[in-house]
Design a protein around this ligand. Sequence first.
Ligand SMILES: Nc1ncnc2c1ncn2[C@@H]1O[C@H](COP(=O)(O)OP(=O)(O)OP(=O)(O)O)[C@@H](O)[C@H]1O
Length: 264
Amino acid sequence: MTLTLEAVAELEARSVSAWFGDRKVLDQVSLMVPAGTVTALIGPSGCGKSTFLRILNRMHELVPGATLAGSVMLGGSDIYDPTWKLTEARRAIGMVFQKPNPFPAMSIYDNVVAGLKLTGTKVRRADRDGLVESSLVKAGLWKEVRDRLRQPGGALSGGQQQRLCIARALAVQPRVLLMDEPCSALDPTSTRRIEQTIAELAAEVTIVIVTHNMQQAARVSQQCAFFLAEEGAPGAIVEAGPTQLIFSTPEDPRTLDYVNGRFG
Ligand SMILES: Nc1ncnc2c1ncn2[C@@H]1O[C@H](COP(=O)(O)OP(=O)(O)OP(=O)(O)O)[C@@H](O)[C@H]1O
């Protein structure tokens, strides 16, 4: 897929800054995330990638003492506007975490449905089976679990549990899916499987993924944003652009050094 700057932004962060208490950790971060693409957030540890990701679905505000400035536009409307309820923002913008976190004692079926309950999404009982199936199909897990939907989610392998969490996030039909290092707790085979799932999903849900793995960023994303926090300064985006360019001919020498593993 070729990414053009004219592509329609599904999600757009405008001048986002963030603080924990009086410590500023992000400074004026702006990023356009085109609809139907995968955007990778890359950069050394502590530069604010996870904080930025959490701001994109209003999780940052849950940390005591955490504040932010700027706006996050979803389809042209600021999710921080008082007209947006927190649950609406979460339903529209889902999140998958580093460590798979299914409800271990709950069945595979109920784990998928749990996403609906958590975001207050109503689905008629008659439609639930179909939704569970389609969510598991999209997450690439259906074939492996269709005969054991009543078994506990905790009985699955780590990679399967992460795909179950993806299915749970997809069940509410989000417009954007945020993924915070979703493969860092997984073995290489499970990692490949998740990457395949990401590629399959990209057509229908816009994805933003934080990853420390440069090969993974190159494999799964069409756009990359390189974050850096220099010498105690808050994190900021050095540059963002098509993945191919970021990995071959970035504008900033620090980007080239980072993607080539020379620091971080
Ligand atoms: N709950 C918190 N309270 C106080 N400071 C925090 C909190 N979470 C993160 N920070 C600080 O904010 C800065 C950015 O952290 P963040 O986790 O966003 O970076 P990151 O780029 O995602 O790092 P990593 O790649 O290691 O996950 C760091 O200096 C971190 O110490």
